[in-house]
Design a protein around this ligand. Structure first.
Ligand SMILES: Cc1cc2nc3c(=O)[nH]c(=O)nc-3n(C[C@H](O)[C@H](O)[C@H](O)COP(=O)(O)OP(=O)(O)OC[C@H]3O[C@@H](n4cnc5c(N)ncnc54)[C@H](O)[C@@H]3O)c2cc1C
Length: 452
């Protein structure tokens, strides 16, 4: 394509953005992008790459990452949501080929009624295939199934210097390995082949079990991981190192022969005032949540969406944290360092800034599917904190000390503030990864953690 044609294409597919036009899910940081390209077809992407300056672009999906890994302050995004075509689905093998802007929700809508489900799904279905690969997302079945990347059989990757590169186990396997968990920096994924799993239907045999200490959580986890495909716990963090919580576990149910009716939910219309969230409201919520689940029937057949995606019931729930937004802190701590997890919980409870929902899960032994994949054997905890400026950032720095000292790691998809030192400690292969970065790509996150 000539330079002039590329420039014309860029004008057509570029839209100027208001300052806060694109935010991540945590609505922090609030930054301004120079342009957002909105290609509707994959054959528009090479022109965008050609016309761009080095280090100026980043692909963007549904913006469900919490921090700045999907943002590119002062530079440009390629919004991939219109690359949303399902290109093929083999009902016999469960292999689906789709463009990278297809959402997990779109895949479920097409395949579940035919007896296929995602091999791995995160806690929301409103993420794109591209985003799921770039963060190598994990779900409630990590102990059995590993991560999303383990089911990516092949991708086509737009690279500014090499054109469209096919990556699979035989062709360019290293580039595939770098792109899984590669934070969008290796190029724009055009399409991907994903292996789905057979299920009998949309129902889950679910159980919930209250627990009163970390050691009882560990016992429940150990006992359940062999029998249950999905396990996760909700944690009440107000009580420090003696947390209570509810342990959820489940398996796909045999065909129930019941009609499945997906339910819609309410949505938050605007950002809530920040004073509504304080230690008293958090405590009251946690008490109510615990009480409801502790006395609920402990086993039931439930629809898959309420089991996997309870937060999707309230659209735009992120507005609950007010206009300053919030940060999520998700780390993994080696299994042998339960003391470090206790220390984290004590520091959080002492701060009085604990969140509504703490999520705790034991990761399994699956080898990492990508060079920078976050999951590894250990205990992962995720907590939300309303952004209250320095106070919040200082608390997180004290949590970082514990994570780093324990040999743990932070999850880039949830991060907006970790230091370069902690990033390098969490992802020792980050320097090897650099050679796979597309010269036109960069992100706010990457410049922050690599000082690039
Ligand atoms: C309620 C909720 C629950 C969640 N639960 C989990 C969970 O259980 N487990 C988990 O692992 N994560 C979880 N997440 C995080 C979420 O799954 C990831 O951040 C996911 O990557 C977001 O996908 P996205 O489409 O929104 O992409 P974005 O957030 O827009 O982008 C994510 C990354 O993907 C890259 N990218 C996007 N499209 C492409 C493309 N076409 N080619 C190359 N790179 C691309 C971007 O550059 C960026 O680096 C949760 C998020 C929410 C809001």
């Amino acid at each position: 394509m000539s330079g002039q044609a590329a420039a014309t294409l860029q004008r057509q597919s570029v839209s100027a953005l208001p300052t806060t036009g694109v935010l991540s899910w945590g609505r922090y940081p609030k930054i301004a992008h120079q342009y957002v390209h909105k290609p509707g077809w994959n054959d528009q992407v090479p022109g965008i790459l050609q016309a761009a300056a080095p280090g100026s672009l980043l692909p963007h999906g549904l913006g469900r990452s919490y921090g700045d890994s999907c943002l590119n302050d002062g530079r440009q995004l390629i919004d991939c949501r219109r690359l949303n075509r399902i290109l093929g689905f083999d009902e016999a093998s469960g292999m689906i080929r789709c463009e990278s802007g297809v959402s997990l929700s779109d895949i479920i809508d097409l395949t579940l009624s035919k007896g296929w489900f995602l091999s791995v799904t995160p806690g929301t279905r409103f993420v794109t295939v591209g985003g799921s690969i770039a963060n190598d997302v994990h779900g409630k079945n990590h102990h059995r199934a590993g991560t999303f990347g383990a089911y990516v059989r092949q991708i086509a990757l737009h690279r500014s210097n090499d054109g469209l590169v096919i990556c699979n186990a035989e062709e360019n396997p290293d580039m595939l390995h770098a792109t899984i968990g590669g934070l969008g920096l290796t190029g724009v994924i055009a399409w991907a082949d994903i292996q789905l799993k057979r299920v009998a239907g949309p129902w889950i045999d679910a159980e919930c079990e209250p627990f009163e200490s970390l050691s009882s959580f560990l016992d429940l986890s150990r006992d359940s991981d062999g029998q249950f495909e999905y396990t996760v716990a909700w944690l009440d963090c107000v009580r420090g190192k003696n947390p209570r919580g509810i342990f959820f576990r489940g398996n796909h149910s045999a065909d129930q022969g019941k009609h499945f009716q997906p339910r819609g939910g309410p949505r938050l219309p605007f950002a809530m005032p920040h004073w509504m969230l304080n230690r008293y409201s958090v405590k009251a919520f946690n008490n109510a949540y615990y009480t409801v689940h502790a006395y609920k029937e402990s086993a039931a057949v439930v629809p898959y969406d309420s089991f996997f995606y309870p937060l999707d019931r309230v659209r735009r729930w992120n507005l609950m944290y007010g206009k300053n937004g919030f940060l999520q802190y998700q780390c993994v701590i080696p299994e042998t360092r339960v003391d470090a997890l206790e220390e984290l919980l004590d520091r959080i409870a002492g701060s009085g800034m604990g969140s509504f929902l703490g999520v705790l899960k034991q990761f399994g032994p699956a080898p990492p599917a990508g060079m920078l994949s976050f999951p590894r054997p250990g205990l992962t905890i995720a907590l939300d904190f309303a952004m209250r400026g320095e106070r919040t950032l200082k608390l997180m720095q004290t949590l970082d000390e514990v994570v780093q000292q324990s040999g743990g790691a932070l999850y880039p998809a949830k991060d907006a503030r970790m230091s370069p030192v902690l990033f390098e400690a969490s992802f020792p292969r980050c320097h090897d990864f650099v050679s796979y970065i597309d010269p036109k790509m960069s992100s706010s996150f990457w410049r922050r953690v690599m000082g690039a």
